[in-house]
Every structure is written in structure tokens, then in C-alpha cells.
Design a protein around this ligand. Structure first.
Ligand code: GLU
Length: 300
């Protein structure tokens, strides 16, 4: 167990989206965030990110939790579901509107595509509706202005220094979509703060989202947690494992073998002699060191 003063306040989380079942890549993220929390004497929460209803797979949330249990993960507190937390997101959007940071936007995707420059994560919204003061209406999206954000820089605990010029690289981004769904960026910031998360350990595909989340934290006067982006698991074509790339779901039938594989991919190959799930876990708890984890990506 590491240093006390540091460890007593650590709170991490694993936040799967139930658009599919756990696959080998999400298992790596769960293993890394869990071990990082536990070896620092911290808590580890599980939050189900089930906001984008049309993309949800029925039954996936329960199945994910059951699989985590069978792998031997134990979370602190009760599981939170984003679908039950709309009031918190609404309050955050209202605060941003009152502060003059958020605004309604009626541009269609096609209108934006036609004029926008390409940024680091899609088209950079040109700010067409900023300053129009549009009132709430069906089909309106709500965006956050990044006009005053400038450069957002942070030190990722694994990936190192990372920075974006938000106005140039990203542009004003969506908080509440025109179809009525809360955007991931807003929900994740509100929840991490409301749940007292001190350390976000997640997949490196979300590195590109982090400056947006830090800007949101600044606009909402929230503390910025530490960030650590774990290596992505990619297939031979270099694509992230996901439902879109047809990643097979993992089964807990061979939990010890799957755990060994996840640990090896995270730079911690367990000795051959360890056979059982609990032996592998206890070895992992003793040997886990973030410094041994590769930045990735890791080939499947
Ligand atoms: N729900 C996101 C995912 O499954 C993770 C969000 C996060 O960890 O910030 O990719």
C-alpha cells in the first residue's frame, strides 16, 4: 500500500457505455483504473453511461456488471446510471446559460459541414448562432462557447503533456443535442465532479475530449481531476476495438486467462505459475506500477 496522505482521498471510476458488452479493450481499461485506485488505497466507482438511448443494447448494462463481478472487480458504493441524472445536467446547462457561456444553435449538420474547417475531432463549428440569443425551441441544440478558452494544456499521468487551442482545434461544442440527448462532454464533467472523482483513468481515445472537459470545469467552477489515458487495444488495421469494429465480447468463463492477457497488454505479464483468478489478482495488486504501462496503442 502506498503513501497514506495521498491514498486516503483517491477516487477513481470506470464508466462503460452499454452500447455493447465488455470487450478485451474495455477490460484493459477496467483493470487499469481498478488497480490504480486500489494500489493507491482509493475507491473505485462504476457508472453506467446510458444517455444515448438509441445506441443502447438492451440488457448490456446488467450483463456488464455481472461480467465485472465474475472477474472479481468490487466497486465502492452503488452503481450510478446517467439516465437517472438528467436534473443535474439541466442545472449545469442553466448555470452556463446564466453565465452567458452557452447558447442555442439551429444549424443543421449539413450547414456546418459546408462551411466548417476540419479540427482535431471533426468540424470546427464556426460560431454562426453565437450571439443570436435564440430561445429554446424544438430541434435547437445548445453549445458552449470556447471563444475565451484559448489554449487548454494539462499533464496526463501516462501520455504526458497534451494541449489544444480550443477555438481553433475544436470550436463551440454541443452540450444538449438537437434530438434532446445530453452530450457526453457535459454529463461526464457533471458526474465526475458530483461523485468526487479525483482521478480519471480511461482509454486514450478520450484524450482528445479532455481539454473540452477541463474548459467545462472552468466554466462551472469545478475542480479538474488528474487524468491518465491508458493504451488503446487496436486490431491489425489499427482500429480501436469497439462494437463498430466487431470486437468480440469477453466471457468470464476464462476470467483468469482474460485477466492475464489484459495485464500483459498493460505491461504487467503475470508469471506462468499463477493459475487461479485470485492468484492473478493478488499478484497484480502487489506488482502494479503505472510506470510500466505502455502509452500504446497495443496490437491485439
Ligand atoms: N462511457 C465512455 C466509454 O465507454 C467512457 C467515458 C469516460 O471514461 O470518460 O467510452
Amino acid at each position: 500500500m502506498s503513501c497514506h496522505s495521498e491514498s486516503s482521498s483517491y477516487r477513481g471510476r470506470f464508466a462503460p457505455s452499454p452500447t455493447g458488452l465488455l470487450h478485451a479493450g474495455s477490460l484493459m481499461t477496467a483493470v487499469g483504473s481498478f488497480l490504480e485506485a486500489k494500489t493507491r488505497g482509493g475507491e473505485w466507482l462504476v457508472r453506467i453511461e446510458d444517455l444515448d438511448t438509441p445506441r443502447m443494447m438492451p440488457g448490456a448494462a446488467d450483463e456488464i456488471l455481472r461480467t465485472l463481478e465474475r472477474f472479481g472487480f468490487a466497486w465502492d458504493g452503488s452503481v450510478e446510471y446517467q439516465s437517472r441524472r438528467h436534473a443535474l445536467y439541466r442545472a449545469a446547462l442553466d448555470a452556463l446559460l446564466r453565465a452567458g457561456r452557452a447558447y442555442g444553435c439551429r444549424c443543421s449538420r449539413r450547414e456546418i459541414q459546408a462551411v466548417a474547417l476540419h479540427g482535431v475531432d471533426g468540424p470546427v463549428y464556426p460560431g454562426t448562432c453565437r450571439g443570436l440569443g435564440l430561445d429554446a425551441a424544438p430541434g435547437l441544440a445548445w453549445r458552449l462557447s470556447v471563444e475565451e478558452a484559448g489554449e487548454i494544456a494539462f499533464a496526463d499521468r501516462l501520455q504526458g503533456a497534451y494541449a489544444q487551442q480550443l477555438p481553433r482545434d475544436i470550436g463551440d461544442f454541443v452540450l444538449l443535442r438537437a434530438d434532446g440527448f445530453w452530450a457526453y462532454q457535459l454529463a461526464v464533467v457533471v458526474d465526475d465532479a458530483a461523485q468526487g472523482v479525483t482521478d480519471v483513468v480511461r482509454g486514450a481515445d478520450l484524450l482528445v475530449s479532455t481539454p473540452r472537459q477541463i474548459w467545462l470545469q472552468r466554466c462551472l467552477a469545478l475542480t479538474t481531476p488528474e487524468y491518465c489515458h491508458l493504451p488503446l487495444l487496436v486490431n491489425a488495421a489499427g482500429e480501436k476495438l469497439s462494437k463498430q469494429t466487431l470486437a468480440p465480447s469477453i466471457s468470464a468463463d476464462d476470467a483468469a486467462g482474460q485477466l492475464r492477457l489484459a495485464l500483459s497488454r498493460l505491461g504487467h505479464p503475470p508469471p506462468q505459475a499463477l493459475g487461479s483468478l485470485s492468484e492473478v489478482w493478488s499478484w497484480a495488486h502487489t506488482h502494479w506500477q503505472l510506470a510500466r504501462v505502455p502509452k500504446g496503442p497495443v496490437l491485439m
